[in-house]
Design a protein around this ligand. Structure first.
Ligand code: ATP
Length: 278
């Protein structure tokens, strides 16, 4: 096989709690990730021309080494010393800076695609190490479905996939920087506090609405006061909307009309078994 195409789905954080700081000063989290059926498509072709080329028509998405998908391909190549060059194309539909993990998902999709194309693929353990070097959310996107994560997001436990629950995602015209949102956390919000653990979350997810929580939501509004307008429009609908990750996208379970002035995408949970499906 010389070419393949895989999906790079968005994720939501159904629950996101800060548990403290690790030895290097990074915040540690406890989160429940869930992939969505809303996805970019990543095309990967082996080439006889050496080097890595990437194209992506979406405005604001870099096509050079700054792109996480490009970095993923370089890291795979470096670990495997592979003779082929690569042509990557990303058909982008996910918003950048939305807290949906689009860039991280693109990177993991490249790694998954390369293991399909490579006659001697890297082991899952080496892939996971490469993924974490690319970003804290990238290891999750090697797995997909529903998963519990601690540490920086890399200590993953797959959880049973819920039904294809319908979800509405709001896409404000606002980009949130993850470091800026973390910098706006109050001392109280930073913790430390104990993690509940994967076993407790596996049980709690029998009632998903009761799990919905995001410790970053207030900090995101302090870092980006424009988000207050979005939250106010959400509150006015009466539905329980929650910020995803560090924002700016918000989501609610079920299908809801968009609040005034906002764009809504109706989708549903995507299971682990379906991760690659284009
Ligand atoms: P996260 O939730 O991980 O913070 P996000 O959904 O908020 O991610 P991304 O889509 O990952 O945001 O984009 C954040 C920034 O990363 C963009 O502004 C863009 O410049 C850069 N970037 C690098 N690679 C990509 C990629 N493949 N797709 C989109 N943006 C990318």
């Amino acid at each position: 096989m010389r070419t393949t195409s895989v999906a790079a789905p968005a994720k939501l954080n159904l629950h996101l709690e800060i548990t403290g700081l690790d030895g290097s000063g990074y915040h540690t989290l406890e989160t429940v990730f869930q992939t969505l059926d809303w996805a970019d498509t990543v095309h990967v072709a082996l080439s006889d021309q050496p080097g890595i080329r990437l194209s992506c028509a979406a405005p604001g998405v870099p096509e050079d080494e700054r792109n996480l998908a490009h970095q993923a391909a370089s890291a795979y190549h470096a670990a495997r010393s592979w003779p082929n060059g690569l042509d990557l194309r990303i058909d982008k539909v996910l918003p950048a800076g939305g807290g949906l993990g689009g860039g991280s998902s693109n990177a993991a999709a490249v790694l998954r695609a390369l293991t399909q194309l490579d006659p001697e693929p890297l082991s899952p353990a080496v892939l996971a190490t490469i993924a974490l070097q690319l970003g804290a959310d990238v290891p999750f996107f090697l797995l997909g479905g529903c998963a519990h994560a601690t540490g920086r997001g890399e200590q993953l436990t797959p959880l049973e996939d819920p039904q294809a629950e319908p979800v509405t995602v709001l896409v404000p015209k606002l980009h949130c920087s993850t470091p800026a949102v973390f910098a706006a956390l109050s001392d109280e919000e930073r913790g430390p506090r104990p993690a509940r653990g994967a076993v407790a979350w596996a049980e709690a997810l029998d009632d998903i609405p009761s799990c919905l929580f995001n410790r970053l939501q207030a900090a995101a509004a302090r870092a980006y006061p424009e988000l207050e307008t979005v939250f106010a429009a959400c509150r006015a609908t009466g539905a329980p909307w929650l910020l995803s990750g560090s924002g700016a996208c918000c989501f609610a379970l079920g299908h809801h009309p968009a609040p005034d002035g906002l764009c809504a995408v109706h989708t549903h949970f995507r299971s682990r078994a379906d991760l690659d499906r284009v």
